[in-house]
Design a binder for this molecule. Structure first.
Ligand code: ADP
Ligand code: ZN
Ligand code: ZN
Length: 733
């Protein structure tokens, strides 16, 4: 029998990031299992802390002075055995603490003592049959019976202005029943049936192949509109037959409404939805539904990968190429890597799906770590859209100074006249993206960040997109006093204004960071556009992927060059993906689709490949470059970022770290160290930022050694210097 337990305490300090041994009290012998949350006395003062049981032992080397566990917190273990494995692997792989890993698996609401929410709901009682009711009772009866809704007693009374005493009378005589039931806080909306489609040949082959294969990891490379969702749903329904559960990951919260609509419309309401916009209470409910076996399917963003299904059969990662699957705060996990691990630990199947697979994943399919499934046609026989590249330099030479090329302008006119819809994409929000003085060149910059300020039309303010700081706009240059202050660059707000000016009858909707801050704004925009409550949807990358609107026949890319010039080795990949994905929103119904890509770099190969939907050429080119330059997937990149409000202290310390690390790795010819140098954005919220990049064959042993030396070197200045270590970050800026 286990007499001792190894626990991790719920305290954020790095000093206590270890497994502590406690004695199991007699009362808990045989009861306490791995994964339980317990209370333990901790430290010199024996303060009571929460802790998680990660290990159990029969004996202990030094049994003296070992404290006892006080008690168990919950009715069931919060971590599964496989979760504990996962925590241990993640800690090593992502160079973080045990607790950070535990906290992504168990959401905050669970351990904070949030309770289930209950409500008194009204239903029709037995006594009603054959009885004739007078007003107001008849009205009450009709509302409940005809709407087939379960109303909360008090809300019902309030919303329909019906007296509580009438309702109570009906309850008393058995016409109505009032019952206390647990309710889910998250979105109880009813969804229309989403009919099952008859799979086409290619979809059926893919499903059969996945179900019958002995392999368990697959990459579906299917063009935009190839019907990947229908494949996922078929797989999910097979899993349900085998009593297995499924997790569907989506990259961006803007895709939640569509995915939830399809899945709830097909499989019913018992689906957990899990993303960053949920309140602690909603998160608690959704997590508990999974934990208690009340949901068989979960849809969510990257952290949904950790949901505690008992018998997980399938993980789907849709739009697997998206950067948002990698977390940039601790633990800096990559949901794709976690999915690989879970696949092995829980013996389930993994499907990565994309029209533009990440270079890393596609590479894995070429070395047989993933089984590749390719689909080249759209599901319902629709043609791929016709793509036109417009060179904006030529437009200028032809005296067109508008944001819209003649081709895009004509396209919009035609679309509107045929009552079809348009999506306009620009990866920059706001109105003007920088403001500067034409006389002396002064650029309005954020005082706290090294970044130029953006002009937003709503309110006369300049806003910083890094820290949110607002500054009142000034008509004169603060540097030379001239009044030649001018606005440069175009953002989504400006596009909307221009559209409203040129096409005054067109109804527009905008989807970007600024229009989606409210809780249900994604749903609102999605539903409005889908029901043709608007003609033109203008947006940032949020509109670029996944969305399936049948009446969109024109997509306009306002400036394809934006992502090309980022200082990141993935700039070409990102551009290719973005352009291909946004083009894929066009012509998804029976009508032919068109795409206009405006650019100042019309000769750029990446843009040409995207326009001709030529993934293979893009990949060949890109993988060659990666190999030659020693970038992932051929090498790893470890980025150490240090930041501080004290610039001198920061530079002194990071130089010291750099020199020590250089010395440490001097005999290792498989890795190189670059830097230290300032980050792409050298200051954010008053914190100066510097980084060191280590590149090459970095295994876990070396990574851990590097991490330990870095923390050792900065330990005396830890309160004033922040350190972040990330392996293969999704963003190098
Ligand atoms: P993807 O995710 O591959 O871009 P979707 O799953 O959104 O594509 O499917 C594109 C469109 O094709 C959807 O509107 C879907 O309803 C439709 N579709 C999918 N499979 C079929 C099928 N077998 N028959 C008819 N239409 C289909
Ligand atoms: Zn000036
Ligand atoms: Zn700022």
């Amino acid at each position: 029998m286990y007499q001792y337990a190894g626990v991790v305490v719920n305290n954020d300090s790095v000093q206590v990031d270890k497994i502590f041994t406690y004695k199991i009290p007699t009362s808990l012998l045989g009861v306490l299992q791995l994964g339980f949350r317990v209370k333990v006395p901790f430290g010199r003062g024996n303060r009571t802390l929460d802790a998680f049981v990660l290990e159990l032992y029969e004996q202990c080397d030094s049994a003296i002075n070992i404290k006892e566990i006080a008690n168990i917190c919950d009715e069931m273990p919060l971590l599964k055995i496989t979760d504990i494995e996962l925590v241990k692997v993640m800690k090593k792989k992502y160079l973080c603490t045990y607790l950070e890993c535990i906290k992504v698996i168990i959401p905050r609401g669970i351990t904070k003592g949030i309770k289930k929410k209950t409500s008194l709901l009204l239903t029709i009682g037995k006594q009603i049959e054959g009885k004739f009711l007078n007003e107001p009772y008849k009205n009450i009866y009709d509302l409940i019976e005809l709407n087939k809704m379960k109303y909360n007693k008090n809300e019902f009374s309030k919303n329909f202005k019906l007296s509580l005493s009438s309702i109570n009378t009906m309850i008393k005589h058995g016409f109505l029943i009032s019952q206390e039931v647990t309710i889910n806080r998250y979105n109880q909306k009813h969804y229309a049936k989403y009919e099952e489609k008859i799979l086409n040949e290619k979809q059926r082959q893919s499903v059969d192949f996945i179900m019958n294969s002995k392999k368990n990891k697959f990459l579906i490379h299917g063009v935009t509109g190839s019907g990947k969702t229908e494949i996922y749903m078929k797989l999910v329904s097979y899993m349900l037959k085998e009593n297995k559960q499924s997790i569907i990951l989506i990259p961006e919260i803007s895709l939640t409404p569509q995915m939830v609509e399809r899945f709830k419309g097909r499989f019913g309401p018992e689906i957990a939805v899990f993303h960053s916009r949920l309140s602690d209470g909603e998160r608690f409910d959704e997590w508990m539904r999974v934990k208690l076996g009340n949901a068989q399917i979960a849809i969510g963003a990257r952290s949904a990968i950790f949901l505690p299904f008992e018998n997980l059969g399938l993980i789907v990662i849709d739009e697997e190429h998206e950067a948002s699957y990698k977390s940039d705060s601790d633990p800096k996990f990559d949901a794709r890597e976690i999915a690989y691990m879970k696949c092995e630990l829980e013996n389930c199947k993994l499907i990565l799906g994309s029209a533009t697979p990440s270079v890393e994943s596609y590479y894995r399919s070429t070395i047989n770590e993933l089984s590749l499934i390719t689909i080249n046609e759209r599901a319902d026989g629709a043609a791929m859209p016709k793509v036109e590249i417009v060179d904006m330099r030529e437009e200028l030479m032809n005296n067109n100074r508008s944001i819209f090329s003649r081709s895009l302008h004509d396209g919009i006119t035609q679309c509107l006249s045929k009552n079809e819809q348009v999506i306009l994409f620009l990866n920059r929000r706001g109105f003007s993206t920088f403001v500067s003085c034409r006389k002396c060149g002064y650029v309005f910059k954020c005082k706290k960040c090294d970044i130029s300020l953006t002009y937003h039309n709503a309110g006369e303010y300049l806003t910083c997109h890094y820290c949110g700081e607002k500054e009142k706009i000034s008509k004169v240059c603060p540097s030379c006093g001239s009044s030649y202050v001018k606005y440069f660059g175009v953002g989504t707000e400006k596009i909307e204004q221009e559209i409203n000016r040129i096409f005054p009858s067109a109804r527009t909707l905008r989807m970007d960071f600024d229009t989606t801050r409210k809780k249900n704004s994604y749903e609102y925009i999605y539903n409005t556009f889908k029901s043709k409550g608007a003609d033109i949807l203008i947006g940032t990358q949020m509109v670029a992927k996944g969305l399936d609107f049948k009446d969109v026949t024109l997509v306009g890319v306002i400036a394809a060059d934006l992502s090309l010039n980022l200082p990141d080795y993935r700039a070409f990949e990102r551009t290719f993906q973005l352009l291909t994905q946004v083009s894929g929103r066009s012509g998804r119904g029976s009508k032919e689709g068109k795409v206009v890509i405006q650019t100042y770099s019309a000769d750029e190969l990446t843009i040409k490949y995207a326009a001709s939907n030529d993934y293979d050429s893009f990949y060949k080119n890109e993988i060659m470059m990666r190999e030659a330059m020693d970038y992932p997937p051929f090498a790893s990149i470890l980025v150490i970022t240090m930041s501080s409000e004290n610039e001198n202290m920061l530079i002194k310390n990071i130089q010291n770290v750099g020199e020590n690390l250089k010395y440490k790795i001097k005999d290792n010819n498989k890795i190189i160290l670059l830097g230290p140098c300032t980050c792409g954005v050298s200051k954010i919220k008053n914190f100066y930022r510097w980084q060191i990049i280590i590149k090459g064959d970095i295994n876990q042993t070396i990574a851990l050694e590097i991490k330990n030396s870095v923390y050792e070197l900065v330990k005396n200045v830890y309160s004033s210097i922040r350190v972040s270590i990330d392996i293969n970050p999704s963003n190098m800026i």
